[in-house]
Design a protein around this ligand. Structure first.
Ligand code: ARG
Length: 271
C-alpha cells in the first residue's frame, strides 16, 4: 500500500478499530483551537443536505456508527467520497455491510431524531484511483426518498464558486483537534478556495501525496487552523450555496502549509 493512501485513511481506520484514538501520521500538531478543525457548531436543520454515513456493525454504536459524511444531491441520491466505500475503510465489500445507513436530519449523533435510511445501491466513479485518490467520488441510492427541500445544487464546471479566493464552508462530524477527538455534533469550518499551485507545492508526490488539479480542489486556511479532518471524508464543501467539493484527503489537519484536498465534483462524470 502506498503512503498517501495510508495517510488518507488513518483516522477512519483508527476510528473503526478503537472507537476514536487516531494516531496522526504527521508529527506536527494541529492548531490548538483548531469540523472539523477550527469549526463551530451548526444545526442540520439549517443545512439539511449534510448527512452521515453509518454502520453500527462496522464502527460501533457510540456515535451511531458514523464513519464518513455525505451530501444529498437528489431525493434518493447521496454523494460521498469513493474511499469511504473502500474495503480498507469498511473491512469488506460495501454490499456486505448489511446495516449501511444514511442518517439525515440529526445534528447530534447520540440523539435519535431525523431519519436513518437504508442504502439500496452504490456507484463508485470508474475513474476513482485508490492509489492517488483522484476522482474520489461515489453515489449511494436511498431506499426511501428525502424531500426536494433537502437537496443542494451541484456547481457546474466554470461556476464562480470554484474560483480561488472564494469563501467556502466544510461540514462534518470528524476529528476536531487532529488527535482523535471525534465530534458527536455536526460542525462546520470556514475555508478559502486556494489556487491549485498551493496544493501542487504542498503535495508534489511521494510521501505527501500528489495533487491532481483535474479532479481535485484545494481549500484551507493559509494561516492554518481551519480544515476538515479524519472522519469528515465524503462530507460537503459548499460555496455560493452550491456543492463544489467532497472532503478527500490532506496531511495532518489545519496546518498552514498543508491545505485540505477535496474532490472537484464538477470534474467527475456522473452515471
Ligand atoms: N481521509 C480523511 C477521512 O477519511 C479526510 C482527511 C481530510 N484531511 C484534511 N486535512 N482536510 O476522513
Amino acid at each position: 500500500m502506498r503512503p498517501l493512501f495510508v495517510r488518507a485513511l488513518t483516522g477512519t481506520l483508527a476510528l473503526a478499530a478503537t472507537g476514536g484514538v487516531a494516531p496522526l501520521a504527521d508529527p506536527v500538531p494541529a492548531a490548538a483551537d483548531s469540523v472539523v478543525v477550527g469549526g463551530f457548531p451548526v444545526r442540520v436543520s439549517d443545512t439539511p443536505w449534510v448527512v452521515a454515513l453509518a454502520s453500527r456493525d462496522r464502527f460501533g454504536g457510540t456515535r451511531a456508527g458514523q464513519f464518513c459524511g455525505g451530501v444529498v444531491i437528489a431525493p434518493t441520491k447521496v454523494m460521498t467520497a469513493a474511499h469511504c466505500l473502500s474495503r480498507t475503510v469498511l473491512g469488506g465489500e460495501v454490499s456486505q455491510v448489511r446495516d449501511l445507513r444514511v442518517i439525515a436530519g440529526r445534528t447530534e449523533l447520540t440523539a435519535s431524531d431525523g431519519r436513518e435510511i437504508a442504502v439500496s445501491g452504490s456507484w463508485v466513479s470508474p475513474a476513482y484511483n485508490p492509489r492517488t485518490n483522484s476522482s474520489d467520488l461515489a453515489l449511494l441510492t436511498l431506499a426511501d426518498a428525502l424531500p426536494e427541500s433537502q437537496v443542494i445544487p451541484v456547481a457546474p464546471e466554470g461556476d464562480q464558486a470554484y474560483v480561488p479566493g472564494t469563501a467556502a464552508t466544510v461540514f462534518g462530524w470528524g476529528d476536531t483537534e487532529g488527535n482523535g477527538s471525534y465530534a458527536t455534533a455536526l460542525r462546520a469550518a470556514e475555508v478559502t478556495i486556494l489556487a491549485d499551485r498551493n496544493c501542487q507545492t504542498a503535495y508534489p508526490g511521494g510521501l505527501s501525496g500528489r495533487y491532481d488539479a483535474s479532479t481535485m480542489l484545494c481549500a484551507g486556511d493559509p494561516r492554518g487552523g481551519h480544515d476538515a479532518c479524519q472522519g469528515d471524508s465524503g462530507g460537503p464543501l459548499v460555496a455560493h450555496g452550491k456543492l463544489i467539493g467532497l472532503v478527500s484527503w490532506g496531511s495532518g489537519c489545519g496546518k498552514a502549509d498543508s491545505p485540505g484536498v477535496y474532490t472537484r465534483v464538477s470534474a467527475v462524470r456522473l452515471p
